[in-house]
Design a protein around this ligand. Structure first.
Ligand SMILES: Nc1ncnc2c1ncn2[C@@H]1O[C@H](COP(=O)(O)OP(=O)(O)OP(=O)(O)O)[C@@H](O)[C@H]1O
Length: 240
């Protein structure tokens, strides 16, 4: 469970996140949507203790992320797949991650198989990886500790159709086993196929929040809901 309560983040006089409240419940995938600059990454960074909120709170599994014992083992995080060390191999990245978490080393091979990186790819330097391979490695890193929660910022970017299909099955299986998934993405078709709940923000404020079936109950598709809900807050809407 992720519980966000009256969360606000200001940078000087600019309000990036403006008094948002929502929950991402266990056993479900919550799609976190919004135009560029809406405040999604800022919210996720606050959730994992990388950015301090101005006010309000984010509780993950009932506590501040930083107050959880061994938080990375309970909460799998992928914020920026391109941030991995380019000089290490994929296997080295996961091996170091497993050592840091105190996870048995055989977990590395399990995860490599789970994310579909071959032995040859695992032994290649991350600097040679495509974006899709980095995303797979980043998701693998997030899964290393067998977490209960996944917080993933645009994990499907750069994935090919097989990769997107794989990601969908992985996240569905994770949620169906009782896990909590908070997933940001601009791939609305994919989100519509996988998410149980949607939280949409524009200019730091929530513009839609609810079960996807209810939000789309009148036959609207997610893209239409997104465009109508965020029009006044997107760059295009502001320019019009
Ligand atoms: N460290 C910072 N200092 C100043 N402004 C910041 C900082 N980090 C983010 N912002 C601003 O906060 C706003 C929200 O940014 P954020 O990265 O959370 O958006 P986003 O919804 O993730 O966007 P995208 O879809 O483009 O990734 C943006 O206007 C951004 O420029």
């Amino acid at each position: 469970m992720i519980t966000i309560q009256n969360l606000t983040k200001r940078y000087g006089s600019f309000t990036a996140v403006d008094d948002i409240t929502f929950t991402a419940p266990p056993g479900s995938v919550t799609g976190f949507l919004g135009p560029n600059g809406a405040g999604k990454s800022t919210t996720m960074r606050i959730a994992v203790g990388l950015t301090r909120p101005t006010s309000g709170s984010v509780h993950v599994l009932g506590a501040n992320y930083r107050d959880l014992p061994n938080p990375a083992a309970r909460v799998g995080v992928l914020l920026d797949a391109s941030a991995q060390h380019s000089g290490r191999t994929g296997r080295e990245v996961l091996t170091l991650g497993a050592m840091t978490l105190g996870t048995p080393q055989n977990r590395v091979d399990q995860v490599l198989e789970q994310v579909g990186l071959t032995a040859r790819e695992a032994n290649s330097r991350v600097g040679t990886y495509s974006l899709g391979m980095r995303q797979r490695l980043g998701v693998g890193h997030a899964l290393l500790g067998n977490p209960e929660v996944l917080i993933l910022d645009e994990p499907a970017n750069g994935l090919d159709p097989q990769g997107i299909h794989w990601m969908r099955s992985l996240l569905r299986g994770f949620a169906d086993a009782g896990g909590t998934v908070l997933l940001s993405s601009h791939l609305l078709h994919e989100v519509q196929m996988i998410a149980d709940r949607i939280v949409m923000i524009g200019q730091g404020r929530i513009v839609a929040d609810g079960a996807i079936d209810q939000l789309l109950s009148d036959g609207t598709d997610l893209e239409t809901l997104f465009l109508t809900s965020t029009m006044s807050t997107s760059r295009e809407g502001i320019a019009a």
